[in-house]
Design a protein around this ligand. Structure first.
Ligand code: FPP
Length: 278
């Protein structure tokens, strides 16, 4: 977290927010559905692509802030498998912006010790895009800090289908298809996110209350945080606010909160009512 204060000054609006964050309870993995680029542009009577262009800087700033905060992993939803339905010009712009980002940010990824990866059905992307994604991945593979994942041509259902097919194919090749019994561990090991912890915090910008086919398996117990801020306006303050909100949550993973677990009140009440559940 110390590294975060190096890029802020006391008195900055973000300073007090950063000071309120408990460095010992940071989310390990933050996932973000970056939404609202089109609306940001429309509000300014600009073409939608201007919103995407304005969305590049928040990507840079969010990556840098997560690295300086000491977050382990950040996964950004950059292009869904459904985004191909958009007009050709918009899709082309998104690919151009991705390549621009990779080229421009490579030195900073190295400087900030960031590991880059891309998640999704990448085999259908153009050779050029795949080559650049691969180069960035290879170049940063020796880094040990924040793991940044861009979800590209990503769909949560497709990811699960790919994982299941991989399990079936492997069992068939090993001649063990008849005895195949699928477990959670087997699925997890074949997801695009294998080896990453599940997201603790899922942020969505622009106020939409949807998951949009993002990390369906992995967000089973993620804390959800939706902000009305449109992605091009998403700044350090918004990220810190989301982390603070996360730290205010009572994470139970289907169990009880520590307070409820310690309370005798429920047992006494059940006894008084003659309710026995044991
Ligand atoms: C959603 O806004 C955003 C996207 C589909 C793409 C995200 C792309 C960027 C942030 C640009 C740069 C990305 C990288 C990785 C360099 P929307 O167009 O659905 O907005 P709307 O709902 O207001 O129409």
């Amino acid at each position: 977290m110390k590294a975060l204060f190096e890029v802020m000054r006391p008195g900055d609006p973000d300073w007090a927010l950063a000071e309120s964050i408990d460095a010992a309870r940071l989310p390990k993995h933050i996932a973000i559905i970056m939404d609202g680029n089109g609306r940001w542009a429309r509000k300014r009577s600009l073409p939608r692509v201007a919103g995407h262009r304005a969305g590049v800087e928040p990507v840079r700033l969010t990556v840098e802030t997560c690295a300086r905060l000491g977050i382990d992993a950040l996964t950004l939803y950059a292009f869904s498998s459904e985004n191909w339905k958009r007009p050709r010009g918009e899709v082309d712009t998104l690919w151009r912006l991705l390549r621009f980002y990779l080229r421009r940010e490579a030195p900073d990824l190295m400087k900030n010790n960031i590991r880059f990866n891309a998640l999704g059905r990448l085999e259908v992307l153009s050779d050029q895009v795949r080559r650049e994604l691969d180069e960035t991945r290879r170049m940063t593979s020796g880094n040990t800090g924040l793991r940044v994942n861009l979800a590209i041509n990503y769909g949560g259902r497709t990811e699960l289908v790919d994982a299941m097919n991989a399990i079936v194919d492997e069992a068939r090749s090993a001649g063990r298809l008849d005895a195949l019994a699928v477990t959670e561990e087997m699925i997890e090991a074949r997801l695009y996110t294998a080896g990453l912890p599940d997201p603790d915090l899922l942020i969505r910008t622009s106020g939409e209350m949807r998951i949009s086919n993002f990390l369906l398996w992995q967000i089973a117990y993620a804390e959800l945080y939706v902000t009305d801020t449109l992605w091009p306006d998403f700044g350090r303050k918004d990220l810190l606010e989301a982390v603070l909100a996360y730290q205010g949550r009572d994470r139970r993973f289907g169990g009880l909160s520590t307070a409820a677990k310690g309370s005798q009140e429920d047992d006494s009440l059940a006894e008084a009512l003659g309710v026995s559940l044991r």
